[in-house]
Design a binder for this molecule. Structure first.
Ligand SMILES: Cc1cc2nc3c(=O)[nH]c(=O)nc-3n(C[C@H](O)[C@H](O)[C@H](O)COP(=O)(O)OP(=O)(O)OC[C@H]3O[C@@H](n4cnc5c(N)ncnc54)[C@H](O)[C@@H]3O)c2cc1C
Ligand code: SF4
Length: 538
């Protein structure tokens, strides 16, 4: 049994990168778009306030059905498979990469340059910031280069974060308000942030999540969205290297093949599932996977690790008012830019973040003995516990991915349809492995120096074992023999198949990556759009 669906463009995956591609394409072109998403709709906006309340009262998951039981991978991964993807759960922290992130080879003589540079990406970064809605503060030049101002004024710093900013700035590290996808003015039909600090489930819509884009496009009749439908393989046209169909199954009608036909196929399924689908689709002369004549599909998986610390400070801090917000610095990310500290360890660079900490210091209604605190007693208790303060520091550092940093097909684990599941194995290239100890020691020494500058002490340092904000698996490049897609995300092997966002990264940068994934996706959408007529009036 089979059912056929046809469109100009079929987008596989319904996360933030799919939202960016669909928004731009359908805003600028006459084009019929279907988005196919394996997951379901979770917590529609009208129900969100109630879900948040139950989360606060009983600790219930505010995002029911946000994953698919038999879709998982061995290795560290996010299980989110849902309309909106992982960004339904994201923190909304949206710094840009810096120029160095795109130029490892020409600047440091290691790894590879990306086929795009920061200057090329600047307008796409700006467009992503406007579509998502980013509130940010311009950092000092040249640490934070940008072609135009942030779309929205920065989220205001709490009194405590202002004190922490004074501390690190006086110690020589310039910091500024971290850019976030939280509205400080009404934006694209969404509300303003109320600083209520429950950002993993935002009741006002002030934090951008991709299902807002989908709802708006659906209401305007600009897309068709097929949730609960998983694509199992891509098929080549007879005697051609073009993709002819994407074949899937609906979880609501699991016996029937759904065959999607389109002129253009866009793989927006994230860093695990995009290379996985290409490997699953091996056929004909592409016996090792579609788009894989280079052998690079599933390789060079990239991300960054972090070193963190808790610092006790001899200063009064009053934490607990918008504690999710933070300070950022690119001082150690742009070490050779004017005013930067230079490169202490070869090519290694890291970002720098500062948060307040409510640990044992937030206002409370009961004391240690469980007695109720009211009025003056409550204030006296808080004053006593906040005579000194605690800060949390973190640095994400640059890792060069090994060729064997991989997603591959698992030898035995399969989903309900009998398809092999992915296996993830992240590995540092030798050049990063050799520098790991020195880098982590250098970041720890920075934390010690900052603590000492205020007469404080580092009480705990921790180094993460896993890589955050992963990407790769379909890396971009100008040379088709060692990359999967070109700088636009078009696969070298199939001219009507694009891979967008995270999987196309060459290296993992050293801060949160989703703004970069979104900007890359908008650049892909520009190229895809050239095939379709522009709207007469935008
Ligand atoms: C808790 C959390 C906090 C985070 N915070 C931040 C942050 O503050 N800043 C930041 O930059 N990043 C953050 N991230 C990371 C960020 O959310 C992701 O980088 C981003 O959402 C990835 O978007 P994507 O479109 O590439 O992929 P995804 O969001 O993974 O979307 C891909 C979608 O494709 C679907 N799919 C996969 N395979 C198929 C198939 N075969 N057929 C149909 N559909 C398929 C999946 O179900 C999924 O919904 C966070 C992530 C998590 C989990
Ligand atoms: S502080 Fe409240 S309103 Fe603002 S983004 Fe977070 S949850 Fe939404």
């Amino acid at each position: 049994m089979s059912r056929i669906e046809e469109a100009d463009v079929v987008i596989i995956g319904g996360g933030i990168t799919a939202a960016m591609v669909a928004e731009k394409l359908t805003e600028e072109h006459d084009v019929d778009v279907i988005i196919v998403e394996a997951g379901t709709h979770s917590s529609p906006f009208d129900d969100r306030f109630a879900h948040r309340q139950r989360y606060m009262d009983y600790g219930e998951n505010p995002w029911p059905d946000d994953h698919i039981e038999d879709q998982y991978a061995d290795g560290i991964m996010s299980r989110s498979m849902v309309v909106g993807g992982q960004a339904l759960h994201w923190g909304g922290t949206t710094p840009r990469y810096t120029p160095e992130d795109f130029r490892h080879h020409s600047m440091f003589g290691i790894h590879q340059d990306w086929p795009v540079d920061y200057e090329t990406m600047d307008p796409y970064y700006q467009e992503a910031e406007e579509r998502i809605g980013i509130a940010g503060e311009q950092g000092p030049e040249p640490l934070d280069p940008r072609g135009a101002p942030y779309p929205m004024p920065a989220v205001p710093l709490s009194w405590t974060l202002e004190r922490l900013r004074e501390w690190v700035n006086e110690a020589g590290v310039p910091t500024w308000s971290n850019p976030v996808s939280k509205n400080t003015v009404p934006w694209r039909g969404r509300n303003v942030c109320q600083r209520c600090d429950t950002c993993n489930v935002c009741p006002t819509g002030a934090k951008y999540t991709p299902e807002f884009s989908f709802q708006q496009m659906l209401a305007a009749g600009r897309i068709r969205l097929h949730p609960r439908t998983i694509i199992r393989r891509l098929e080549l046209a007879d005697g051609s290297d073009q993709i002819h169909a994407a074949v899937g199954r609906s979880y609501d009608d699991p016996e029937t093949d759904v065959i999607y036909r389109a002129k253009t196929f866009v793989l927006a399924a994230g860093y695990t599932w995009s290379p996985h689908l290409l490997l699953l689709s091996a056929q004909g002369r592409f016996s090792e996977g579609l788009a894989n004549s280079s052998g690079c599909v599933g390789r060079y998986m990239a991300g960054h690790r972090n070193v963190g610390a808790m610092v006790d400070l001899p200063m009064r801090l009053l934490p607990g008012m918008f504690f999710g917000h933070s300070l950022i610095s690119k001082y150690f990310q742009r070490p050779t830019a004017a005013g930067g500290p230079g490169l202490p360890n070869g090519f290694m660079r890291h970002d720098f973040r500062v948060w307040e900490s409510t640990a044992a210091r937030g206002p409370r209604l009961r004391d240690e003995a469980g007695s109720l605190l009211l009025g003056d007693d409550l204030m006296a208790d808080w004053r006593t516990r906040t005579a000194t303060g605690t800060a949390r520091l973190r640095g994400y550092y640059d890792i060069i991915p090994d060729r064997d940093s991989r997603v591959s097909l698992h030898a035995s684990q399969r989903n309900r349809f009998g398809d092999p599941l992915p296996q993830l194995d992240f590995r540092d290239a030798p050049v990063s492995r050799d520098l790991r100890g020195a880098t982590e020691a250098s970041i720890s020494a920075l934390f010690e120096r900052l603590a000492a500058a205020a007469g404080g002490t580092v009480t705990r340092t921790f180094a993460d074992e896993t890589q955050d904000h992963p990407g790769g698996g379909c890396r971009m490049g100008d040379d088709a023999s060692d990359s999967v897609v070109d700088s636009w995300g078009r696969t070298h092997d199939h001219d009507n198949l694009f891979v967008v966002g995270a999987p196309t990264m060459v290296s993992g940068g050293c801060n949160n990556g989703t703004l970069t994934f979104s900007a890359l996706s908008l650049r892909s959408a520009e190229e895809i759009g050239r095939e379709y007529p522009a709207h007469a009036t935008p």
